[in-house]
Design a protein around this ligand. Structure first.
Ligand SMILES: [Zn+2]
Length: 282
């Protein structure tokens, strides 16, 4: 059901571009073929997201008919959602960790964030949140059917913190099928549990019989909340891009250079990459 925005809503405009520049099948430069407009609530105000969709312009390429959306889109909100991840995370935390009623949540969203939703809408998002945490939203057969045409999966893990000092909601999304696979609320220092999520995602991929093409996260701010492991995935994405273009992979240092990370954190991240590789998590 689409949300009816009041006419005088002031949106912040955000453009999302596809990170990949080259066709995975033929190596052609991808071109913009369409735009998708989405309007979302975030805790920082209404957002008008313009997604630039791309495709391979070569008519003879088997990938020509495939439209690619920016990865950043589902990092903001899943398809058909009117709430950004930050609002969903906030709402789930209020409901399940603080035991607020739907009425309380509705009032607080309206008063503090000017987000006006019906009880029904709030309940729908609460149940989505609950299903993500229960990781029951897909029975294996249904998931297998949904992934029949997908040759490899691309996974993203993001840590969302509803409020400073609280547990972090880790969400594992699959980008090809645009699905949330599962989520877990963890204390941000819980390294072992985050690794548990990586293992679980890998198990799911194996069960589907699909290779994991890459793991990623665009949460650079994760670094500021003490999660260097998230930056590992930035290295992976960049290396994956290089490899696909037939270039030599970057060193970890080169891949992380644009993020201006201090030497000791850099050391930690590189150490962590090697550790994950040794455990065959990546
Ligand atoms: Zn192509």
């Amino acid at each position: 059901m689409s949300y009816r925005w009041p006419e005088d809503t002031l949106f912040t405009r955000l453009e999302c571009n596809v990170e990949e520049q080259w066709c995975r099948t033929c190596g052609c430069k991808l071109t913009v073929c369409d735009h998708r407009h989405r309007r979302l609530f975030t805790l920082h105000g209404p957002l008008h997201v313009v997604c630039k969709l791309v495709h391979c312009p070569a008519r003879v390429c088997p990938a020509h008919t495939r439209t690619i959306s920016p990865e950043a889109e589902t990092a903001l909100a899943m398809p058909w959602w009117v709430l950004g991840w930050d609002v969903v995370c906030w709402l789930g935390h209020r409901r399940f960790a603080c035991h607020w009623s739907v009425g309380q949540i509705r009032a607080e969203l309206a008063d503090t964030y000017q987000i006006r939703l019906s009880d029904d809408a709030i309940e729908r998002y609460i149940s989505r949140y609950q299903r993500m945490l229960a990781a029951r939203q897909h029975d294996p057969q249904q998931l297998t059917a949904a992934y029949t045409d997908v040759e490899a999966v691309m996974l993203a893990i993001d840590g969302l913190q509803p409020e400073k000092g609280h547990e972090t909601l880790y969400v594992v999304r699959e980008l090809e099928g645009k699905r949330v696979w599962f989520a877990e609320a963890l204390l941000s220092s819980a390294t072992v549990e985050v690794e548990g999520l990586l293992v679980q995602a890998r198990t799911w991929a194996e069960r589907l019989g699909k290779p994991v093409r890459l793991w990623m996260s665009d949460k650079q701010e994760a670094d500021t909340v003490g999660e260097p492991r998230i930056l590992v995935f930035i290295v992976l994405i960049r290396n994956f891009g290089q490899e696909r273009r037939g270039e030599d992979p970057l060193t970890e240092r080169e891949a992380l250079a644009p993020y201006h990370i201090s030497e000791d954190r850099l050391f930690l991240i590189i150490y962590y990459i090697k550790y994950l590789c040794s455990k065959k998590y990546i």
